[in-house]
Design a protein around this ligand. Structure first.
Ligand code: ADP
Ligand code: MG
Length: 323
């Protein structure tokens, strides 16, 4: 099989005593869009920041195009990690307010020491193809609409010539119509430039629309992963089911099977024993409070970390077969 674009293995991210990411493994294949979903505070942005080198890994490994990036080191221009670009949750905040769009678009070329008038013309043409007309070049970030600011951030990211884009809540705060436009744009750029995406969102509608596979995160860990269509049709983890039903309340046929999440996301500095979801899980059994279920591979490229997966098509735990 072709080498994956990115492999994150057993990643741990800590902020002092708080373990925000606790043993997360992800594999991003070339040309695919992998979704990472979960409630606010579950550790998605920490995963994103560790992948781009803004936050060191306390342990675990990251490899990009088969090249291992040392955990805990900051990236340098030209190293494997520089092939990954992060699209921030808040694009306006990532654009210096005192610089014009023109300067902002030239910057990535200057940082890479590859600035030429010709290359810059290519970037401007790319911006134009994304609907950012020449007249915007003299504007400042505060003079841009939310959609325009995101596209400027996107062109800047592309000017760094990445092979992987990590997009952290790329559509947050945008009108539905602008969200759709941006998602279509991301998809066409992926196909045109051969990019791979890690798309982070708490919005399952967005993730369901544009991803090939999806990983569901709960309190610093992956609880379920698999091809998006199959996972959305038949979630195996009660948490995935709850997230999906929270998003599908407008669909009356789904109302009946709705699982309501009770309680808050627990504090990651003091996670519950056993399965981290057991206190909020409507289907929890005594075993769930005692033993942490491992993430086990099953049929149809699906994996789930649950002692009592929901659907019959759900993976059969290897332990169950062995026992
Ligand atoms: N710089 C930081 N210092 C301390 N705690 C942090 C920091 N950044 C995030 N956290 C904590 O780590 C956990 C995961 O946060 P984050 O990765 O931002 O989650 P998400 O992106 O899913 O909302 C949360 O409990 C959050 O409060
Ligand atoms: Mg976040």
């Amino acid at each position: 099989m072709e080498e994956p674009a990115l492999v994150l293995k057993d990643a741990v991210v800590r902020y002092h005593r708080l373990t925000a990411v606790d043993g997360v493994s992800l594999e991003l294949r070339r040309g695919e869009t992998l979704g990472l979903v979960g409630e606010s505070g579950c550790g998605k942005s920490s995963v994103a920041r560790s992948i781009v080198g803004l936050q060191p890994l306390a342990s675990g490994t990251l490899s990009v195009d088969g090249e291992t990036v040392r955990a805990g080191t900051r990236r340098k221009a030209g190293d494997a990690q520089s092939r990954i670009q992060l699209l921030f949750q808040d694009p306006a905040a990532s654009l210096s307010p005192r610089l014009t769009v023109k300067t902002l678009l030239a910057e990535p070329l200057k940082i890479r020491n590859v600035y030429t008038a010709e290359r810059f013309a290519e970037i401007v043409a790319l911006a134009e193809s994304l609907g950012l007309g020449q007249q915007l070049l003299t504007r400042y970030p505060h003079q841009l609409s939310g959609g325009q600011a995101r596209r400027v951030a996107l062109v800047r990211a592309l000017a760094a010539n990445p092979s992987i884009i990590v997009a952290d809540e790329p559509t947050a705060g945008l009108d539905i119509s602008v969200q759709g436009e941006l998602l279509n744009l991301l998809r066409s750029l992926r196909d045109r430039l051969g990019l791979s995406y890690l798309l982070i969102s708490h919005n399952l509608n967005v993730v369901g629309r544009v991803t090939d596979r999806v990983a569901v995160m709960y309190l610093g860990q992956i609880v379920e992963s698999g091809p998006t269509a199959s996972l959305f049709r038949e979630p195996a983890h009660p948490y995935t089911q709850a997230l999906l039903s929270a998003n599908l309340t407008l669909d009356p046929s789904r109302q009946r099977e709705r699982i309501v999440l009770t309680g808050e996301l627990p504090n990651p500095s003091n996670p519950p024993s056993g399965c981290r979801f057991h206190k909020r899980c409507p289907l929890a059994q005594p075993k769930c409070a005692a033993d942490a279920p491992p993430l086990l591979a099953g049929t149809g490229a699906r994996s789930v970390a649950c002692h009592f997966p929901l659907v019959s098509a759900a993976p059969i735990p290897r332990q169950a077969i062995a026992g």
